[in-house]
Design a protein around this ligand. Structure first.
Ligand SMILES: [Zn+2]
Length: 174
């Protein structure tokens, strides 16, 4: 089921999501709805706050390099109660966007690599060292669970960005 998205200006995007104590069928249903919603909007990641649920879960589709050098999207991945540690000292700047702030793309600096620990849909813990675009996806989505948006991490001139955000807030609050 596709669930309506929450957009910039909605207070739920600024709230901290709560841990999921048990991974139930209800949580799994939410996870699959999140994938359906993300795919319908052609996103590559979605956090529960973005559909108005204050639970610590996000989904992504990783980019996979195809043989011809192009990139394609992989199978959805689920992260429940994630924690990110050991960010690399090396940083990387890359363009980011967000389904909750349509049409805005900004260069954002983030660590190049990160270590993640999270639960899967079976409620089992797993961990991984992640780099490249996927590391960025994990950090972007994990920020959502803490009420942080990618625009908060933008280090360039605020003037145009703030103007865009004001328009966005106006558009989606009416
Ligand atoms: Zn986002």
């Amino acid at each position: 089921m596709i669930i309506p998205l929450r957009y910039y200006g909605d207070p739920v995007l600024r709230q901290k999501a709560l841990p999921i104590e048990v991974v139930t069928d209800e949580v799994r249903r939410l996870a699959f709805d999140m994938v359906e919603t993300m795919d319908a909007k052609r996103g590559v990641g979605l956090a529960a706050n973005q559909i108005g649920k204050l639970l610590r879960i996000f989904v992504i589709r990783p980019e996979i390099a195809a043989e011809d050098g192009e990139f394609m999207l992989g199978e959805p991945e689920f992260y429940i109660n994630p924690s990110l540690i050991l960010p690399s000292e090396e940083l990387e700047v890359c363009s980011e966007g967000c389904l909750s702030i349509p049409k805005l793309h900004l260069d954002i600096e983030r660590p190049k690599e990160i270590h993640i620990r999270a639960m899967n849909l079976e409620g089992q813990w797993f961990e991984a060292d992640v780099g490249g675009f996927k590391a960025r996806e994990l950090m972007h989505e994990n920020d959502h669970l803490n009420g942080v948006l990618f625009v908060d991490r933008y280090k360039g001139s605020r003037l145009e960005v703030d103007d865009f955000l004001r328009q966005c807030k106006k558009k989606y609050s009416s």
